[in-house]
Design a protein. Structure first.
Length: 255
């Protein structure tokens, strides 16, 4: 018989999905932190944990946000142990309002994924965006710009353009959209999609994050989060698409 125990853990510190907290333009830091975990036993044993946090400081003129996440998953079958996920991400972005509807931004992102032999990925980005909708309850932005991406791979490296590479760098054209919605007094939803096309070589990356939060009180919320990563240059046995879904508890801080 297989037993499964799901644990929702609250975390004030940690790392987060790659979009920032919804902040009031009062110059104060606000954010969310949380965690989710799952344990199962029986013929196959597995455990997983995801730590998340994001924070932002916004004024009428600009916005500074930080985000990150840690994801770990392990399994054991017939005495054979394996790691099914080992990732982390940490980043920051600065937005400056050029007008009431147009903003410029710059960002810096660091990430690692051991299953893809990715020791470190550094991405520097800059571009312009537009607030198509910006009210107290709803915000919808579109944006575009240029990334510079530098990857380092472990071991013998990975195959890119039919070559075995331990290092890879490229400029990327980037487009995307992001939205935050207050669905009710207790329910909020946020999502972000970005597509990054390599310039000068084939391949593209697509990144999607979404999170639904239902408040239990003024500081704690139940959450369901979805994360999807697609990398067209990934080679077998690594899958091109990486999808995760977690439920857990978040806690607000700051303000």
């Amino acid at each position: 018989m297989k037993k499964t125990i799901s644990l929702s853990l609250m975390a004030m510190m940690g790392c987060s999905i790659a979009f920032s907290a919804v902040a009031a333009p009062d110059g104060k830091w606000t954010g969310n932190g949380g965690a989710a975990a799952k344990l199962s036993s029986g013929n196959t044993r597995s455990d997983s944990i995801k730590l998340t946090a994001d924070a932002a400081r916004e004024t009428a003129q600009d916005k500074l946000s930080v985000f990150g996440q840690i994801l770990r998953e392990h399994s054991e079958n017939a005495g054979v142990k394996s790691t099914t996920a080992d990732q982390w991400q940490l980043g920051t972005r600065y937005d400056y309002n050029i007008s009431t509807s147009t903003f410029g931004f710059g960002g810096l992102d660091f990430s690692s994924d051991k299953l893809k032999s990715l020791t470190m990925r550094n991405v520097v980005s800059a571009g312009l965006g537009s607030h198509l909708v910006k009210t107290a309850d709803n915000q919808f932005d579109v944006f575009g710009g240029i990334n510079y991406r530098a990857d380092r791979y472990s071991g013998l490296g990975v195959t890119i353009d039919n070559k075995l590479e331990t290092e890879f760098s490229t400029a990327e054209a980037m487009i995307g959209e992001e939205s935050n919605h207050k669905l009710s007094e207790s329910t909020t939803f946020k999502q972000k999609l970005s597509i990054n096309q390599n310039l000068g070589s084939k391949g593209y990356r697509a990144i999607f994050d979404a999170s639904l939060l239902v408040a239990m009180n003024s500081t704690m919320s139940l959450t369901v989060s979805v994360q999807d990563r697609f990398d067209s240059i990934a080679e077998a046995p690594v899958q091109k698409n990486d999808f995760t879904l977690f439920t857990g508890v978040n806690v607000k801080f700051g303000g």
